[in-house]
Structure formats: C-alpha cells, structure tokens
Design a protein around this ligand. Structure first.
Ligand SMILES: NC(=O)c1ccc[n+]([C@@H]2O[C@H](COP(=O)([O-])OP(=O)(O)OC[C@H]3O[C@@H](n4cnc5c(N)ncnc54)[C@H](OP(=O)(O)O)[C@@H]3O)[C@@H](O)[C@H]2O)c1
Length: 330
C-alpha cells in the first residue's frame, strides 16, 4: 500500500501564500476556514449566496463575507465547499463568468468533476483535498492537535504545482497529523457514494427501521426496540472504529457474536448483493449523479420524504428516549 505523507513532509507555503475563497460555510466550509486560519492562512474570505443564513456565523467567526461573483474575481484559489448538487449552478452562474485567470479549484469530494458537472478551463489547477469524515469532525480533531485522514488527487495541473497545493491544504486542516494518501477523483467519488448508500446511511437506516418494526410487531415496546436497534449503534460503531470488526467481536458477548455469525451471511445474501450491484452500476455510469442533480434543480428534493419520516413510530420512540436521557425534544 502507498505510504502516507505527514506534516513534517509538507510545505504549507502554497496555501499560506494564496488568496483563498471558501464557497459555503456549512460543516466543511466552516471547519476548513477556521483550521486554515489557525494554520497561518491569512487571506481567507467566505463566499456565500445572497441571503445566506450562514453569513452571520461567518462574520461572528471574524471572516470577511463576499459574494460568489466577487470571490471568483479576487481569489487565487477557490475551495468549493458548497453542496455538491449546487456546484453546477454555482460554477456556471458565478465562478466561470468572473473567475480570475489561473485560479485553482479545490474540492473536498470528487463528485462534480468526476461526473463532468463542472468543466474548469485548462489554466486551472483542479485538485481534490478530501478529509474523510463529517465536516464538524475536521475542526474537533484539529483542536485536539489531530485531523481526519486526508486523500489528495490532481485532475488538472496547469501550474505544475497542483500536488503541492493539495498537500498544503490538507496539512492546513490537520490531515498531516494522521496521514495523507494519494487517490483519484474516480476512486474517491465512487467509494464515498457507495459507502454512504450501502452502509453508513442507506444500509444502516434500512436495517434500523426494518429491525425496529420487526421487534414492535413481536410485542416489544417501541422504547426497548429503539434502544436495541438504533440507540446502541453508536457503541458498536465506536468499537469497530477503535478495534476493527474482529476486535469488536472480542469486546462483545459470545452470545452476540454467535448470533451475528448465524445471520450475517443470510443478510448479505443474493438479494443484497443484487441491490449493491445495481447501486454500484448507477454510481459508475453516472445515472445516480444525474438523477440527484436533476432532482435538486427541479426543487423541493426530498421534502415529502422528510415530512413522512417525522411521522414514523421510530422517530417518536427516539424523541421520547432522547428527552429522558438528554432532556432534548424532537
Ligand atoms: N471528504 C469527505 O469525506 C466529505 C464528507 C462530507 C462532505 N464532503 C463534501 O463537502 C462539501 C460540503 O459539504 P458539507 O457537509 O459542508 O455541506 P453543508 O454543511 O450542507 O453545507 C453546504 C453549504 O453549501 C452552501 N450552498 C448550498 N447551495 C448553494 C448555492 N446554490 N449557492 C451557494 N452556496 C450554496 C450552503 O449555503 P448556505 O449556508 O447559504 O445555506 C452551505 O453553506 C461537499 O462537496 C461534500 O461532498 C466531503
């Protein structure tokens, strides 16, 4: 396997010396901005859409907020940390028409480049600087003197120093403390999408909902069913993160391990494998990406699904439990 690079291997000058506009001030945008400033990147501006609800937060954090058009004309590098499904609109409507020649484009997910949603001109360095994990964790780890594992890739190297910019950016957000690996836009995109669909989000939610329903149908109280099928996911996930799957099995009861081994292969049976093949095919051929961006651009994406979710018994059970444990309400 390829060896990672660490902070001492990396020169931060390429990112410290550049005027950096960060587009979006959500989970990743805010964390990256704060970490890069703490790493000595002085010329950072936050680019937000008109009427953005994030403006107050960015200003309270001490950043200058500018329009997308102004950022495109000012920056040596744009970190496009807005929602992927909006990249095409942001690029064609604001950045491409106003961009400073030679401006680099930095992404933390390969989606919009891999699927050709944006097509930067030949004078742009186009790099991937992906800190793997949720944006909030980037800042949390940085504050502990660590970071999230980083992956870099170069799609276009107009300057001849695109790799150095990617490494400097990742080191600036803390990834150099834990390791920075090379990847490709394709690998990062396909792996990220499949992982979240099959396991982290789609798979986990499907298992949680179906198992909760089955226990309730068997006469178990919603509270108990929620604890066993949803609430405890975190404890097992923490064990796997810290010790691996084999280590998790060592840490739990033999009854749980034996029961899991009875059912594991049947859950991952032919139907699941077919579903995974279909999901993978839609990711590989771009049809998932097209569907998602077209759905987003048509408006109200997932509004009805989100409203329907709130009415499910599993949500009431979770809200009731959280209110007892944390005093929180739904
Ligand atoms: N490398 C990884 O492991 C990893 C993990 C998670 C996410 N990511 C990537 O990080 C990027 C940002 O994700 P996130 O989790 O930070 O998202 P987020 O918290 O939802 O923030 C999205 C930001 O995009 C802005 N935005 C949305 N539509 C916009 C538009 N039409 N024009 C201008 N700005 C718009 C939002 O602006 P407002 O504030 O105005 O609403 C918000 O600031 C994405 O590329 C995502 O794939 C990477």
């Amino acid at each position: 396997m390829t060896e990672p690079l660490y902070t001492p291997d990396i020169d931060l000058a390429p990112i410290r010396n550049c005027r950096l506009a960060i587009v979006g001030y959500g989970n990743h945008g805010r964390s990256h901005a704060l970490c890069l400033r703490d790493s000595g990147v002085r010329k950072v501006r936050i680019a937000l859409r008109d009427g953005s609800p994030s403006r107050a937060r960015a200003e309270a954090d001490g950043f200058e907020v500018v329009s997308l058009d102004d950022a495109a004309g000012w920056a040596d590098a744009i970190a496009l940390l807005a929602a992927d499904e909006a990249h095409r609109q942001i690029w064609t409507g604001h950045i491409a028409p106003h961009r400073k020649p030679g401006q680099a484009l930095i992404l933390c997910h390969g989606f919009s480049i891999h699927y050709g949603l944006i097509d930067p001109p030949a004078d742009a360095d186009v790099i991937l600087a992906a800190a793997k994990g949720p944006g909030g964790a980037v800042r949390q780890e940085f504050e502990k003197g660590r970071g999230l594992i980083g992956f870099w890739a170069v799609h276009q190297d107009a300057s001849g120093t695109a790799r150095e910019l990617a490494l400097a950016y990742l080191a600036g957000i803390g990834s150099g403390e834990v390791g920075i690996f090379p990847t490709t836009f394709r690998e990062e995109t396909v792996s990220d999408l499949f992982g979240e669909q099959a396991v982290l989000v789609g798979g986990m939610v499907a298992l949680a909902k179906a198992s909760f329903d089955r226990l309730v149908a068997a006469g178990v109280s919603p509270r108990m069913a929620y604890i066993d099928c949803v609430h405890e996911i975190k404890y097992l996930a923490d064990l796997i993160q810290a010790r691996g799957i084999a280590g998790m099995y060592e840490a739990i009861s033999d009854t749980a391990e034996f029961g899991a081994r009875q059912i594991e292969d049947r859950i991952a049976g032919p139907e699941l494998r077919r579903t995974f093949d279909q999901a993978m095919a839609a990711i590989e051929d771009g049809s998932f990406a097209r569907l998602w961006v077209e759905t987003h651009e048509a408006g109200d994406a997932m509004k009805a699904d989100r409203a329907a979710d709130k009415t499910l018994p599993i949500e009431d059970a979770g809200a009731e439990l959280r209110s007892r444990i944390y005093g929180a309400t739904k």
